[in-house]
Design a protein around this ligand. Structure first.
Ligand SMILES: Cc1cc2nc3c(=O)[nH]c(=O)nc-3n(C[C@H](O)[C@H](O)[C@H](O)COP(=O)(O)OP(=O)(O)OC[C@H]3O[C@@H](n4cnc5c(N)ncnc54)[C@H](O)[C@@H]3O)c2cc1C
Length: 257
């Protein structure tokens, strides 16, 4: 991208397709570098599925001070010419730019026989779901979790991938009779992104929640709950609060605090 930008006018017009954290952080970096950025997202509230509506709304407010948006829109056609491209959107409007970045997420890349978009199905201990006795485990972005209470989910970020690897190792040691049962895996890892001069920090997987409540407005801290149990926390410029809440996730007594 640096090479492309060196060969084009400054500021360049940059189209970012996607509404997740990678799109938001990328858009923010280009704004900071003085470029003219447009964010194109299918969701009217980008990031709401991943970080919840409250934090997503706050991020959108930040975006609107820095860049233009095409929200609730899907690209229908992309036409490219050297140094210029046009994206036709489903409402009949057009976005023009010098370059575009697609940040539409990831799919697992598993070896045969699990090739395909579904990844490797694991139980709540990260054992292969369909052959639990064969001592086959999966962890990280390739693992599709089937948790007895949390349902089916997949998480794709660094710290959670590492935590899953450690948990799979503990399960293996247990299955070999060498360690105690580590219990079901629950996601509590931290993630963060720097966006328009602010730091979004989260713990756990907000996408698994069925409710969210604002625990603090300034700084913004959201606690995400499932069946009344706190399972994730997100905050803007609220890292210390998120760290405190991380210790309370998946504990029944904490929801009343
Ligand atoms: C652009 C981008 C930005 C990101 N930014 C962040 C961020 O800021 N913070 C964050 O927490 N996460 C971020 N992530 C997500 C993070 O990179 C992943 O969640 C993390 O790398 C997952 O770790 P993993 O070990 O499961 O998989 P990977 O890191 O993808 O490692 C998989 C490894 O397996 C190898 N492999 C694949 N198929 C085979 C095969 N058939 N045989 C042998 N080897 C194979 C691959 O070559 C690779 O080395 C980002 C991702 C992207 C794409």
């Amino acid at each position: 991208m640096r090479d492309h930008l060196a060969a084009t006018t400054h500021p360049a017009r940059i189209l970012i397709l996607g509404g997740g954290l990678v799109a938001a952080e990328t858009a923010s970096l280009f704004c900071q570098a003085g470029h003219d950025v447009a964010l194109i997202a299918r969701s009217p509230l980008p990031g709401a599925t991943a970080i919840g509506e409250h934090a997503a709304q706050r991020l959108l407010d930040l975006h609107r001070t820095q860049l233009s948006t095409h929200l609730g829109r899907t690209p229908r056609a992309i036409r490219t010419q050297p140094g210029h491209l046009t994206i036709d959107l489903d409402d009949g409007t057009r976005a023009e730019g010098n370059l575009a970045i697609v940040a539409h997420g990831t799919v697992p890349a598993a070896p045969a026989p699990w090739t395909g978009p579904d990844g490797i199905a694991v139980d709540d201990h990260l054992r292969h779901l369909h052959t639990p006795g064969q001592r086959l485990y999966a962890a990280g972005g390739v693992a599709a979790h089937h948790h007895h209470e949390l349902g089916t989910y997949r998480i794709d970020h660094w710290d959670d991938a590492t935590a899953q690897g450690a948990h799979a190792a503990s399960t293996l040691l247990h299955d070999l009779g060498l360690a105690n049962d580590p219990g079901p895996y629950v996601p509590t890892s931290l993630f963060s992104a720097r966006i328009h001069g602010h730091t979004l920090t989260g713990a756990g997987h907000p996408g698994l929640a069925d409710a969210a409540r604002i625990a603090s407005t300034d700084p913004l801290l959201i606690v995400h709950e499932r069946n009344g149990l706190p399972i994730a926390a997100t905050g803007l410029d609220a890292a210390p609060l998120v760290l405190q809440w991380r210790n309370r996730l998946f504990t029944r007594t904490s929801s009343a605090q």
